[in-house]
Write a protein that binds this ligand. Structure first.
Ligand code: PLP
Length: 382
């Protein structure tokens, strides 16, 4: 139950473990093309250009920056934690002049503040993190998409911890780039960087006057390949991660079979169940309110006197693996529970049970069973 790599469906793992195909074999071409088609459905961006590259989520961020930034461009980063700060570093590496609007720990940046900033400076693009995995803070993409349209700024959503878990309607909401990695809510072992890019952002890229600063990431190389697979034709630039693409096809099929609305609702119920369970144990969470708390992971503060390592090893001895803190300024003071992908009621209740056992072994005083009961009641209220 960590926020990635998550638990994978057996059929996804079987696809990943099947014999490695040629990247130009007709059935692999169909697998790749079908995956690209399904990405547009899952992202809800019918006019978008999907990219599938071998690499992690950081490569997806790097690719967006490399292709959309030219030296001296102004970029605005809305940071709600660790991954916002990382985007600022990446953009600067490609020559952007970066301004960071940083939220307080557990909070979001006010939309008015973002708009005020867009009024005084001519930004080329802005980035924000849908769910920051270091804080479990969720940002509402809708007002940011509207600001992007109003001020002619390209909007980039880091959805590594949200795509296929939290509601995203890329095209309707006017978000230009939505990117993720395979090992989180998409449910495929680590190794794929996935992006869908709007026609507006593709045009900005086409009108560049300088070459893209990364040879591997350059869309000049990959667009032809993605188009070829979409047209079910063989092509080659760099060998795709054949086994992972096979797994991606299976996972996207499972996601669409469950249905996007049902999947978003299931994640909402899961997030609410963990919030209820933790509240019943008197444990506070990093997000300052439930409205901005993510449904794909939870980030609870440790109660006073509880030590990171003792707690996590005790939870693990009770059969559940959780993650420690990530945000440098508060690292040892909180832990993280990943609950995206194929998490069911049994997983939620056994996780709450292991958390209770961990708290008890650390000497925390609470009513035994309160967390499990509250989580169960929350799940069955829906
Ligand atoms: C995990 C994560 C990343 C980085 O992805 P990697 O695959 O670890 O490179 C970026 N942004 C967010 C929001 C993430 O959760």
């Amino acid at each position: 139950m960590i926020p990635g790599p998550i638990e994978f469906e057996p059929s996804v793992l079987r696809a990943a473990g099947s014999a490695t195909n040629s990247h130009v074999a007709p059935d692999f071409i169909e697998t790749f093309g079908h995956s690209l088609d399904m990405m547009k459905e899952v992202w809800q961006c019918p006019s978008g250009q999907p990219f599938v590259l071998a690499g992690s989520g950081t490569l997806a961020m790097d690719t967006a920056a490399a292709n959309l930034i030219e030296r001296g461009d102004q970029a605005l980063v809305i940071s709600t934690g660790y991954f916002g700060d990382r985007f600022a570093d990446i953009l600067a590496r490609y020559g952007a002049v970066v301004k960071v609007l940083k939220s307080p720990v557990g909070g979001v940046v006010d939309t008015d503040l973002i708009e005020a900033e867009l009024k005084i400076n001519q930004y080329k693009l802005l980035t924000f993190t849908h769910v920051d995995t270091s804080t479990a803070v969720k940002v509402d993409p809708r007002p940011i998409g509207q600001l992007g349209k109003k001020y002619g700024v390209i909007t980039i959503l880091d959805g590594v911890c949200s795509v296929a878990g939290e509601e995203i309607r890329q095209e309707e909401w006017g978000i230009d780039v939505v990117l993720t990695a395979s090992q989180k809510a998409i449910g495929v072992p680590p190794g794929l960087a996935l992006l869908v890019v709007s026609p507006k952002a593709m045009n900005v890229w086409k009108n560049r006057t300088s070459p893209v600063g990364s040879y591997y990431s350059d869309w000049t190389n990959w667009l032809l390949i993605m188009n070829a697979y979409a047209d079910r034709k063989p092509s080659y630039f760099g060998t795709p991660a054949v086994n992972l693409v096979a797994a991606l096809e299976v996972s996207l099929q499972l996601i669409l079979k469950e249905g996007l609305e049902a999947r978003f609702a299931r994640h909402k119920n899961t997030g609410a169940a963990f919030r209820s369970g933790l509240k019943a144990l008197n444990i506070k969470q990093i997000p300052l309110s439930d409205e901005i708390a993510s449904n794909t992971l939870s980030a609870p503060w440790f109660p006073d006197g509880i030590q990171n390592q003792n707690f996590l090893s005790s939870v693990s001895a009770n059969g559940v693996i959780l993650a420690g803190g990530l945000l440098p300024e508060i690292k040892g003071k909180y832990f993280r529970i990943g609950h995206m992908g194929s998490v069911n009621q049994g997983d939620i209740l056994s996780t709450m049970g292991a958390i209770e056992a961990g708290l008890a072994s650390c000497g925390y005083s609470f009513t035994k069973g309160a967390g499990i009961n509250a989580a169960f009641a929350s799940l069955n209220a829906f």
